[in-house]
Design a protein around this ligand. Structure first.
Ligand code: NAD
Length: 740
């Protein structure tokens, strides 16, 4: 039998070939060109070898497969870009052919004349799930570790290897659309209930059950290739179809505001595909896929949400010459809102935590937060009581600093007060080894000034979490003037251990994320003052692709916090640093009306008792003369909200606060949901073109003021025809950071 690099093929006495996918040089199986070539040879081999009755396809790794390799997608786009300027038609044909390779290979498998069963032993994503759907049988291991999804839409593309055609031929149309347009993850049980898999069996019985399907006479013909096949959700032109399609289109519009071409394309693929024979349907899918691959949204989303995100998670910005660290004990100072969350995510990563507060009951209260989070997970079936016990056993509440002895890293999350922070830093350092790293979770105090309280400022760093800590995936790592690489590497190793994404930020007021978020809120304050009806502001933000309106966000973080920050800014930088009209608006809300935000049930919104929903405070419109809605340009509101953030991100790059565009982009999406279809705050500018962006901000500056003044950097880039990713090529960024 032929030797394959990525597969083993073993036929048993019954003539069933077990095809095991196990790539020798990767921790996870992914589709590369080589894998596809080998798979094609295996399909031919199974089809033409008389002794083989059928094949079971499985993985030799813990997971089944992550789907297509990034490199393959990038190569495909690269070839297209290269060819595009020479011969556009040829370039599109090339893209079309490449886009169809996987889909037609899976078609070859399902029509090869021999039965195939996919034995899904672990996480099975994208192209791998599409391959499984092309198999005649699917058996899944009954384990919470097994997750199945077609998540392509989340990175701006869609399942283009038959996924949009096979899912709605197996499941009812509504569920199929839901799954495809959201990239929803399915448990084995859910997949079975939808009709996407045949059996869910104990993990140990997986291959045996798959083989049995073949021995029991599994037909090597898919239902849709049989005469008289009926769609599970009924035909498009039927009463069921008439009930489904108009609302489906409206729901998608409501969820995406038309910002995601890939999601719209999925709807078209399913609608058109279900009207025609299967192979024509595959061609329709291939055509839309080719179209979507050429969109700016796909290019930007693949770059930020797929490639950059993975690179940052793998520690792209970590100093390479410092050995990796595994943590045996971590200290958290302050068991309040943030400290309790930090203790939870640390223990969840299996790392023992000492949680210190002023007295034991306060520390215990912090630990109780972990207990209640685990109770929530247990209720949702995502954890067991044993998991809870294990996690809680890792958290030691204490009021004694001596308990920090042996910690390699301590994270401080006490009150936002320099004196209090000074006190705990000194007490902790008295116990810690000189080599230990001390991190502060401060949100406003410069790390360099806090490091002055430390005897070893080279080991002092900022690890800035966002709330709620257990949900927010981004962590800013802040470098003080004297912070050395070892502390940076330790902080990165920690953030990666707790499975969050780190971005490295140089010390400045508000760091990166909060600078951008404040701009977003401030632009909304200006709109309120101009008399733009508040619902229009919130809706314009959503239409622009933001997950939370700026007024709702101000309420979430607290209106009085905005007031505190503004007052502090005036104290530090002088009265001109804050727009007096903004100060007046916030003072009115807090001081006159006691509207502090969600925390006291009233802010820009009112928060009635559940199940009633929050709604914008009616009194807001009495504060300023209101514009007539038809006089407000919604497109311009959208532009203002995105541009004000993008400009701040550009300033942050100009100042060298963030040096790598990948971090600015990914950070903006993970921290405050910057319109993901743009690829992030800088990709928004790159995608539009710097010149066009400048033309837009010039207009906005004329009408609305200096917050839209573009930094010199952008003018220089426009002159040179550069994008952020050219000007700050990631490698250059790393060098610049070192030089700084
Ligand atoms: P919090 O008031 O909920 O918690 C602070 C905790 O520190 C309290 O439990 C308090 O008892 C404890 N503490 C105070 N003095 C202490 C001392 N001397 N020794 C030990 N413990 C002491 O505050 P929080 O919201 O958790 O914020 C903590 C830090 O995190 C602040 O620096 C804040 O700026 C920062 N931060 C907060 C947020 C947020 O959204 N709340 C987000 C990012 C960063």
């Amino acid at each position: 039998m032929t030797d394959y690099k990525n597969f083993t093929v073993d036929a048993d006495k019954d003539g069933i070939a077990l095809v095991t996918w196990d790539m020798p040089d990767r921790s996870m199986n992914v589709f590369t060109e080589e894998v596809m070539n080998e798979l094609e040879a295996i399909i031919d081999h199974v089809a033409t070898t008389e002794a083989i009755k059928g094949a079971v396809f499985t993985s030799g790794k813990e997971t089944f497969s992550g789907g297509a390799d990034l490199g393959m997608l990038q190569k495909m786009l690269g070839l297209f870009e290269k060819e595009k300027n020479k011969d556009r038609k040829k370039a599109i044909k090339l893209l079309f052919d490449n886009a169809g390779r996987m889909g037609w290979l899976w078609r070859k498998l399902e029509t090869c004349g021999k039965p195939w069963v996919s034995a899904i032993n672990g996480t099975c994503m994208g192209g791998a799930f599409e391959l499984s759907l092309a198999c005649h049988g699917r058996v899944v291991a009954d384990s919470p570790a097994v997750k199945m999804a077609l998540p392509e839409v989340k990175v701006g593309i869609f399942p283009g290897a038959g996924g949009t055609q096979r899912v709605p031929r197996l499941a009812n149309t509504q569920e199929a659309l839901q799954m495809l347009t959201t990239g929803q993850t399915l448990s084995p049980q859910k997949a079975k209930a939808m009709g996407l898999v045949h059996q869910v069996v104990p993990p140990k019985k997986l291959v045996e059950a798959a083989k049995k399907m073949i021995l029991d006479g599994l037909k090597p013909v898919q239902p849709w290739d049989e005469k008289g096949f009926k769609l599970p959700g009924g035909p498009v032109y039927s009463a069921a179809g008439a009930n489904l399609w108009p609302p489906a289109i409206a729901i998608l519009r409501r969820e995406t505001y038309g910002n995601y071409p890939a999601a719209t394309a999925i709807l078209k693929c399913v609608y058109e595909g279900l009207l025609v024979p299967f192979e024509t349907a595959l061609t329709i899918e291939q055509r839309y896929f080719t179209e979507i691959m050429q969109t700016t949204e796909a290019k930007m989303m693949i770059r930020s949400l797929f490639i950059s995100l993975q690179e940052l998670n793998k520690g792209a910005r970590r100093p390479q010459d410092v050995p990796m660290r595994k943590f045996k004990k971590i200290g958290v100072l302050g068991a309040g809102f943030m400290g309790a969350g930090i203790a939870f995510v640390t223990a969840k990563a299996g790392i023992p935590v000492v949680l210190v507060d002023r007295d034991v009951p306060a520390a215990e209260k912090g630990k109780a937060h972990s207990a209640s989070l685990m109770d929530g997970l247990i209720k949702k079936g995502r954890a067991t009581p044993e998991d809870k016990e294990k996690l809680l056993s890792l958290i030691t509440p204490s009021d004694d600093y001596a308990a920090l002895d042996g910690c390699e890293l301590v994270i401080e999350a006490v009150f936002e007060d320099s004196e209090v922070k000074k006190g705990v830093t000194e007490k902790a350092e008295a116990v810690l080894k000189p080599s230990a790293t001390f991190a502060s979770n401060t949100s406003t105090i410069p790390i360099t000034s806090l490091a002055r309280n430390s005897k070893r400022p080279k080991n002092f760093i900022g690890i800035h979490f966002f709330s709620p800590v257990d949900k927010m995936m981004l962590v800013e790592i802040i470098l003080g003037k004297k912070t050395e690489d070892k502390a940076l590497a330790t902080a990165m190793d920690y953030v990666r251990a707790i499975k969050k994404t780190p971005i490295v930020v140089n010390d400045t007021r508000g760091f990166y994320v909060n600078r951008c978020v404040l701009r977003y809120m401030q632009e909304a304050f200006s709109m309120v003052i101009e008399g733009v009806p508040a619902p229009m502001i919130e809706n314009a933000a959503k239409m622009a692709g933001m997950p939370v309106g700026p007024l709702a966000l101000t309420d979430e973080t607290a209106v009085d916090l905005a007031q505190k920050i503004m007052k502090q800014t005036i104290r530090d930088l002088g009265p001109k640093a804050v727009d007096p009209r903004h100060m007046e608006l916030i003072d009115t809300l807090v001081d006159k009306y006691g509207r502090l935000g969600r925390k006291n049930g009233k802010g820009f919104y009112d928060y009635p008792e559940r199940p009633a929903k929050k709604h914008l405070w009616a009194g807001l419109k009495d504060l300023y003369p209101q514009k007539k809605p038809e006089k407000v340009d919604v497109e311009e509101l959208k532009q203002r909200l995105l541009a004000t953030i993008a400009l701040e991100a550009a300033r942050v790059m100009e100042e060298g606060i963030v040096t790598d565009p990948r971090e600015a982009d990914v950070g903006s999406i993970l921290a405050f949901g910057f319109a993901p279809y743009t690829g992030g705050a800088l990709s928004y500018i790159d995608g539009m073109g710097v010149k066009e962006f400048l033309a837009m901000t010039k207009q906005l500056q004329k009408k609305y003021g200096k917050q839209f003044k573009a930094p010199a950097l952008l003018h220089d880039m426009a002159e040179k025809g550069e994008t952020f990713y050219q000007r700050f090529a990631p490698e250059t960024g790393a060098k610049e950071r070192k030089a700084a």
